[in-house]
Write a protein of this length. Structure first.
Length: 77
């Protein structure tokens, strides 16, 4: 964002990033089992990216983000 030179977008991104980090910490505290799962999922995503397997990486990201999406909707407690 910063290298694009748009200060407004850069500040907006910083604000959203801070919120995302706070929400992530809150989720991890309320779902401590997710810490290990999240690390494993990130490792899988990284492995797919290093293997240039875009299709697998996309699927893994969708699965990873999907859990948080269900949580945000109240479908998971």
């Amino acid at each position: 964002m910063r290298s694009g030179g748009n200060e407004i977008l850069s500040r907006l991104y910083d604000q959203l990033r801070d919120r995302q980090l706070r929400m992530g910490v809150a989720v991890m505290h309320s779902h401590p089992d997710r810490i290990a799962k999240t690390l494993a999922e990130h490792a899988e995503i990284l492995e797919a990216l290093r293997a240039s397997d875009a299709e697998r990486a996309v699927g893994l990201v969708h699965r990873h983000v999907g859990w948080f999406s269900h949580l945000a909707r109240g479908e998971i407690r």
